[in-house]
Design a protein. Structure first.
Length: 433
């Protein structure tokens, strides 16, 4: 991922220094377990910890000749450890190191993403409670529907990201497995105790059964969850982009002093952050299909998955980490305009109360079909800018047989639409609402 959309905390997880450090720890812990079993001398395991180190440039130099990254690493490691290095990697295969390392890296990435989600959830909760009673128009198909509150809008997004957090916690648990089972996963040349020891030391669980690789359905599920989170990012970003449109202008991104919106038009204040988030979400979701395709491998192992994971492992997690932090900042500083929300709500001359009028007429004895026709024929002129809905309804003779003008007037009450907001907030936030 390019530096523009990268945070150092996430990038470090995927840098060679961290990757090779994990490789070293896996090999060193495996040596400890082998020494416990009497397979290698204890002094050899101690030597690995005492003298073991690596140089990235030297590993790269060796790999240019060997065309094998793990062998290049082991060769460089041996240059420091000395004769005892012959006991390193006993009974192991490259996938034991590579797959277990990927599990550690993805677990580390998940931990950062969970922290990101916590910040975003805190921001959404605070702003939702702040605007719990800020009445605005709800839209379906982009068209005015019925009143809601801005707090309810944000509470809905909060609930989605809370579900996402739960999904990511499960995905992290699924991916955090260790495989030190040797060629084709039979433990023929290495005892299962070694795997259990390495798993414990690396904060992983034992892979119940591996072939020569950790089953890729685990990775597919992980990236699928990242894709769902990215979808929720784009959903919220798109809502803000629509609300910032000139014709709507109910909310907008914070515009900092000195910020410029356009090189040509000095008046512009564009939703650049949420547009950027929409693009980043596409990058994250792009990892999902290849991860699903990686589930299918030849027999006990091939490396068709490897190049995909080397690209999308870093790119998807780095992009999502950046996106979540950016979105949290957008929500924390979001400018909200209740007065514009009220003006927009009143724009259609009371048409937003049409369903309540319809239902009240049916309760008063009018058939639903006749009630629908009566309400609609009075609504259409208002839609065209001709009159106020309540006045037209009060002048309708068919409606007058069922409801008085005063009864109709009482239906045009915003509180009717917000009376259960507290109940919804209690469902979403509990007592904190």
């Amino acid at each position: 991922m390019i530096p523009r959309y990268s945070r150092a905390e996430m990038t470090r997880i995927w840098e060679p220094e961290n990757r090779f450090r994990i490789w070293f720890e896996i090999e060193a812990h495996a040596c400890d377990a082998q020494a416990d079993l009497g397979v290698i001398p204890k002094s050899a395991a101690e030597a690995v910890w005492a003298r073991g180190k690596f140089e990235i440039d030297r590993i790269d130099e060796i790999e240019r000749e060997t065309k094998h990254d793990v062998i290049a690493f082991l060769t460089n490691l041996a240059e420091h450890v000395g004769p005892e290095a012959r006991f390193v990697h006993q009974g192991m295969t490259s996938s034991d190191v590579l797959d277990t390392t990927l599990s550690v890296q993805m677990s580390q990435a998940a931990d950062l993403l969970l922290e990101d989600l916590d910040r975003l959830l805190a921001a959404l909760k605070a702003r939702a409670i702040e605007h719990k009673d800020t009445v605005t128009i709800g839209r379906s198909h982009g068209i005015h529907a019925e009143p809601t509150t801005f707090g309810l809008k944000l509470a809905g997004h909060y609930a989605a990201f809370r579900r996402n957090r739960e999904r990511l916690e499960q995905a992290r648990a699924d991916i955090a497995t260790c495989a030190i089972s040797g060629a084709v996963g039979t433990f023929a040349n290495i005892d299962p105790h070694v795997e259990a020891h390495v798993a414990e030391k690396m904060g992983l669980t034992v892979e119940p059964i591996s072939t020569q690789v950790i089953p890729r359905d685990r990775h597919a599920a992980f990236f699928a969850v990242l894709g769902v989170i990215a979808g929720s990012v784009e959903n919220l970003a798109t809502e803000i982009r629509h609300l910032q449109r000139t014709e709507v202008r109910e909310a907008e991104e914070f515009f900092s002093p000195g910020q410029k919106g356009s090189s040509a038009m000095p008046h512009k204040r564009n939703p650049v952050l949420t547009e950027n988030l929409t693009g980043l979400a596409r990058i994250v979701r792009a990892a999902v299909a290849p991860a699903l395709e990686n589930v299918t491998l030849w027999h006990e192992r091939d490396i068709s998955h490897s190049s995909v994971e080397r690209v999308f492992g870093p790119d998807a997690t780095i992009a999502l980490d950046f996106a979540l932090m950016r979105l949290a900042g957008v929500i924390e500083k979001l400018l909200v305009y209740p007065e514009t929300m009220t003006a927009n709500l009143e724009q259609l001359g009371g048409l937003v109360f049409s369903q309540r009028v319809l239902l009240s007429l049916t309760q008063a004895g009018m058939s639903r079909e006749d009630a629908y026709k009566a309400v609609q024929r009075n609504a259409m002129p208002v839609w065209e800018g001709k009159g106020q809905f309540l006045e037209l309804l009060q002048g309708d003779k068919d409606i007058a047989r069922y409801m008085t003008a005063d009864q109709l007037s009482q239906l045009f009450n915003l509180a009717y639409h917000t009376k259960h907001v507290d109940a919804v907030f209690e469902r979403v936030f509990g007592d904190a609402a």
